[in-house]
Write a protein of this length. Structure first.
Lengths: 617, 529
């Protein structure tokens, strides 16, 4: 019995979510309490397991018994290796802080809070499913379920058109990635003969490299969708329509990192040999493209959440690039530090947004360092970690990725360095504009310090943003088996990243000064417009793909279907039958003269038949 | 025992019709009875170690030979009784007289479907289905929406033609094998009789296919469902439509390995047609502007996946147990889901008095319960895990790759109708100036593209290649379902939604009943497997 305790990781949030949904629809504070308790319990359990608590291997259950020959049954089981359990710590830890932060954030909001907390709980369930899954099918189930909970939470304010559209866009874009992912899962099943992570090892050598590449690239499609990599990155910035704590938890720290986690999980269980050169090149290139494009777009965003969203995209690109360079350890290190400091940045932004009366435009902020100093200091800690100032957590993990890139492929190293400079520039821009100078709008002028339920998570996350990169923390917590924070040496990567840091800071200072600007001096030209319009990628999708494929093409098909298949074939059959019936009624119209003519004709025919028959025989 | 599943509803219908018994209440009693009996039969045959199948059968030499011997029967019976109960419970007729005829039709429809699913005798299997079609047409003609006369007439004639084709196929098959029951066919095949006709499987596929709305014979379905009164749409789309698939699967099961040669010739053509269901009809669905049309087409689209399972089943010579199970799961799940969606659509229409997607919006704020249930059913139908359809779809996809290995080129089928058609077409076309080369070039390009795609994955067989294409249906279905949900339930509260007053208890219970089973089979698919 006791060995099945880990199943609570899954069951607790699921049950809580169901209860919140069905029973506490009208009783928001009960719903919130239950959700927070469940998050606390899972976090505590996770800590206990990491401290060495043992309960034995949890039972694996058969979910769909499959009786086909050579096919494994579809089972659900928990895989509790360090990779999974430490990832669980990130998920439950940040999850718990976000739950607590939500209390303060949602205060005064008129929407249904029970629905919100039920959504958070179902997200915790789904994410746990991905992290603890012991086979790819279970990963896929969790994969779809996080997509669903993300849909629910982005669309939390569903009567707002933009939120409802963003939720739909996120789900459908993810589905496009899942299309490839599912093909990849089917191929994995066929070529590896199993979906279980524990049984994949060592089989790659016997498989033709071309098939292996196809399999890995298909599986990677799933990560492209979930981790919002180019060309499916378009959903993530829109997802910022959701409540900000949700953005912190789902769209920054955990769910979007699931793609990276899944790839590393595959790398670990299939062995690095399974990641062929072709597959690796594709993965690293996609990651690098995403990192660069997203960093560029972040430079010209005015919405504080969108700046952070593009920065998330760009950092995810970093991680994916690291996976493609076969540096899974560095990828997971960055995933882990990024989770803490990006959650901090989002929650900080959330606190600022709430206190500025839901104003998100940085050009309508200003002078916040005077009005909400604690929040701003916490936000700055996160910024320091993100732009990799030596000593902060992000510095160590970024160095690890740059190190790996330099040894594997210098092109990616220089791409990484350029992205680092851009990152510094846009984050410095954000801080200079929003925090210094005078308030440029009514909301910012009235801002005051955030309340305790919001500050507490910020403080805890700030501590993590600083210390989580050092060996004494990281060695025990980074989700990678046998992770060891290697001491860094003064070398090319260090000098280059320091160079990009300084360049970025100086440029931002030169352009934006110390908060005196009232509008963006870089705005107004073609390049800026292009960056603001997200390099027109969304427009191409809207007009080209959605307008053409789902609009004109679908209508044309429908027209053809309606006119030819339905109009001529189906209705034609009915029409013909009707005509034939009319023809037959002519013979039986009750008119005696017609009957006699028909009878005479019939008699003639009969006679003819008899005569001809007797002649032939 | 099974005979009571037929007798009780007939008696109930007679009571309503002849003695003017109250419509809905009487039907509800009958539906409750069949529900209990059906569920008992399902549990007994599925979970008991040594189920006494003969206990259920109507034994003897009677022509009406009912049994649960075929593997799909208990599952289809379960589907039938579940949907019948919900349809009767959620029935809302405009007046007392109408209620009586609605109740009679619902009972007859469900009796016909149930009878077909538990018939061993092929003639009564066919006859029960015909019986079920009659109330469908009458109800569309009398109580339908929109252009009901034309719709009823068109559907009657079209399905009548399909039934003729089907009957011809069935009779030819039976006379060739000298067996008139499914078990008899199984016995005959086991004794070494081999059906050789190429035409018969074609007739069967066309006949059954039309009844299941296989592309390009699908266009009767959406207008009929859109027009039919709610309980009829539920029962027809949810239960009766599975008749064709049930028939195909059961015949293939009865034939065993022989089915590979029997249906095999047609398999490649079938793959093309089912992709028509998934992709072509998928895009037709995206273009719909009314909720009921959209749902009708979506139900046509999802039939493609079950045909995919059938193709995989046939290609493996009935050895692919997984395809069989997956199809059963998917049929059950789809039946429950589409019934729930039609039920909720009926409620939406009675609340807002419109089904035009453009004039709705924000209904989720006015009726959160309705939004929740519709969202659940909609997400189930697009294959969200932990809801029933996912288990079915996933198993079907897995089954299509079962037994496939990269590099192992699939053995060429002895005869292939698709290549014959192509060859005939090519010969005919090449005699025409200019069109011949263009035609050859286009088909060369298509073949080349297919070979290239298949080569990427190490040589996919036809079934696997079709699966890869069919998976795109997951994206299409997400598009139309989420779009519809967005337009009906989210955004600003539209004018139509303002009219909404609230649902009655019976409405909610009927829907919750189906929703419960969708969740149950989704979380615990091992019940069915």
């Amino acid at each position: 019995m006791i060995q099945n305790l880990p199943w609570l990781f899954l069951l607790l949030p699921l049950v809580v979510s169901a209860i919140n949904w069905l029973c506490f629809k009208k009783c928001a504070c009960m719903a919130a309490t239950l959700s927070i308790l469940s998050a606390m319990a899972t976090f505590a359990m996770c800590v206990a397991y990491l401290m060495g608590w043992q309960t034995g291997t949890p039972t694996t259950y058969t979910w769909m018994p499959i009786m086909a020959e050579g096919m494994p049954s579809l089972s659900v089981g928990l895989l509790m290796d360090p990779l999974a359990m430490r990832m669980m710590l990130v998920v439950t830890g940040i999850g718990l802080l976000v739950h607590i932060f939500s209390l303060g954030y949602m205060k005064g909001d008129t929407s249904n809070h029970s629905r919100y907390f039920a959504g958070l709980s179902i997200f915790m369930f789904s994410m746990t499913m991905i992290v603890l899954a012991d086979n790819l099918a279970m990963t896929f189930i969790g994969w779809e379920m996080v997509g669903f909970s993300s849909y629910l939470l982005i669309g939390h304010w569903f009567d707002k058109a933009s939120a409802a559209d963003a939720a739909k866009k996120a789900f459908i874009t993810n589905r496009v990635g899942d299309f490839g992912f599912l093909i990849g899962i089917l191929l994995t099943l066929a070529v590896f003969g199993t979906l279980s992570f524990g049984e994949m090892g060592g089989k790659a050598a016997a498989i033709a490299p071309a098939v292996l590449s196809a399999t890995i690239i298909c599986l990677f499609c799933g990560a492209v969708g979930k981790s919002a990599q180019f060309p499916l990155h378009v959903w993530l910035p829109d997802a910022m329509e959701g409540p900000t704590p949700v953005s912190a938890l789902i769209h920054a720290a955990t769910m979007v990192a699931a793609g990276v986690y899944m790839l590393v999980r595959l790398q670990v269980s299939m062995g690095e040999a399974a990641f062929t050169d072709t597959a690796c090149t594709v993965i690293a290139t996609v990651g690098a493209i995403t990192a660069v494009l997203a960093a560029l777009m972040a430079v010209q965003q005015d919405d504080i959440k969108r700046v952070l969203a593009y920065s998330t995209l760009s950092q995810l690109g970093y991680m994916v690039m690291a996976v493609g360079l076969l540096a899974g350890e560095a990828a997971m290190f960055h995933l882990y530090t990024h989770a803490w400091f990006k959650a901090l940045l989002f929650l900080g932004a959330g606190a600022i947004i709430v206190r500025c009366h839901h104003e998100q435009d940085i050009w309508k902020m200003g002078g916040l360092s005077k009005r909400m100093p604690l929040t701003v200091i916490c936000f700055l800690m996160g910024t320091c970690a993100l732009i990799a100032i030596p000593g902060f957590s992000g510095f160590f993990s970024k160095e690890a990725i740059l190190d790996a890139a330099l040894t594997k492929n210098p092109v990616f190293f220089w791409v990484g360095a350029a992205v680092a400079a851009l990152t510094t520039f846009y984050m410095a821009r954000l801080c200079l504009v929003a925090f210094l100078g005078e308030a440029r709008a009514h909301g910012a002028a009235e801002a005051r310090e955030a309340g305790p339920t919001m500050l507490l998570p910020l403080l805890i996350l700030s501590i993590m943003a600083i210390i989580s990169g050092y060996g004494f923390v990281a060695d025990g917590l980074v989700p990678y088996e046998g992770f060891h924070a290697h001491g860094f040496a003064l070398g090319l990567p260090f000098y280059v990243s320091m160079g990009s840091l300084v360049i970025g800071l100086l440029l931002a200072w030169a352009v934006y000064g110390l908060g005196k600007r009232r509008q963006d001096p870089l705005a107004g030209n073609a390049l800026s417009t292009a960056l603001r319009k997200r390099l027109y990628i969304d427009d191409v999708y809207d007009k080209g793909l959605i307008g053409f494929l789902q609009g004109n093409l679908a209508r044309a098909i429908e027209l053809f279907d309606n006119a030819i298949l339905h109009g001529i074939c189906t209705q034609g059959a009915g029409w013909l039958t009707g005509r034939f019936g009319k023809l037959l009624t002519w013979f039986q119209g009750g008119i005696l003269r017609r009957y006699s003519v028909v009878a005479a004709l019939g008699a003639l025919l009969f006679l003819f038949l008899i005569v001809s028959f007797s002649f032939t025989h | 025992m099974l005979i009571w599943l037929i007798i009780v509803p007939v008696i109930a219908a007679a009571l309503i019709g002849l003695l003017k018994a109250p419509g809905r209440a009487t039907a509800l009693v009958s539906a409750t009875f069949t529900l209990i009996l059906g569920v008992c039969a399902f549990i007994h045959t599925t979970f008991c170690a040594n189920p006494c199948i003969d206990c259920w059968s109507t034994v003897g030499n009677s022509e009406l030979w009912l049994s649960l011997e075929t593997p799909l029967s208990p599952i289809m019976l379960l589907l039938s009784v579940l949907v019948t109960f919900a349809a009767v419970l959620g029935m809302k007729a405009p007046n007392k007289d109408a209620e009586r005829s609605w109740a009679i039709s619902a009972l007859m429809l469900s009796t016909g479907a149930t009878g077909a699913f538990i018939s061993d005798n092929i003639i009564s299997f066919y006859a029960f289905h015909e019986l079920a079609l009659i109330p469908t047409f009458v109800m569309i003609g009398l109580y339908g929406r929109g252009n009901r006369r034309t719709v009823a007439w068109t559907a009657t004639v079209y399905l009548g033609l399909a039934s003729m084709v089907l009957l011809a196929g069935l009779l030819m098959l039976c006379s060739e094998l000298r067996a008139y029951t499914f078990s008899g066919i199984r016995l005959a095949i086991a004794q070494g009789v081999v059906p050789t006709s190429v035409l018969v499987p074609g007739l069967l596929l066309a006949g059954f296919g039309t009844l299941v709305s296989l592309f390009p014979f699908h266009s009767w379905a959406a207008p009929a469902y859109a027009s039919a009164p709610t309980p009829i749409a539920m029962l027809h789309a949810g239960v009766l439509k599975k008749f064709g698939l049930y028939g195909l699967f059961t015949l293939a099961w009865a034939m065993g390995p022989v089915c590979k040669d029997f249906f095999g010739c047609w398999n490649n053509l079938l793959l093309v047609l089912l992709l028509g269901n998934v992709l072509w009809v998928g895009y037709v669905t995206v273009a719909q502007t009314r909720l009921d049309d959209m749902l009708g087409n979506s139900s046509v689209m999802h039939m493609g996946y079950i045909f995919l399972a059938f193709a995989a089943f046939v290609a493996s010579g009935a050895g692919n147990e997984l395809a069989h199970k997956g199809a059963a799961m998917l049929m059950l799940a789809h039946g429950l889901t589409i019934a729930l969606l039609f039920l909720l659509t009926g409620q939406i229409e009675s609340q807002t008095r419109t089904l035009e997607l453009d004039s709705m919006g924000g209904l989720g704020r006015k009726l959160p319960m309705l939004g929740f249930l519709f969202g659940l059913a909609g997400l189930a139908s697009i294959g969200l895990p932990l809801l029933a359809n996912f288990a079915g779809e996933f198993t079907v996809f897995v089954s299509c790759f079962s037994g496939w290995q990269p590099g192992a080129a699939t053995a060429a089928q002895g005869c292939d109708i698709l290549s014959s058609i192509y060859g005939w077409f090519e010969g005919w076309m090449s005699s025409i100036w200019l069109i011949g080369p263009v035609f050859g070039w286009i088909f060369g390009a298509i073949t080349g593209a297919l070979n290239t795609i298949s080569g990427w994955f190490g040589g996919l067989g036809p079934v696997q290649l079709a699966t890869v294409f069919a998976l795109w249906g997951l994206v299409i279905s997400a598009i139309y379902m989420l779009r519809a949900f967005r337009r009906v339930f989210e955004g600003n509260v539209g004018l139509a939604s303002e009219r909404a007053t609230g649902l009655s208890c019976a409405d909610i219970w009927a829907a919750a009943f189906l929703a419960f089973f969708i969740v149950l089979f989704g979380v615990a698919p091992f019940i069915i497997f």
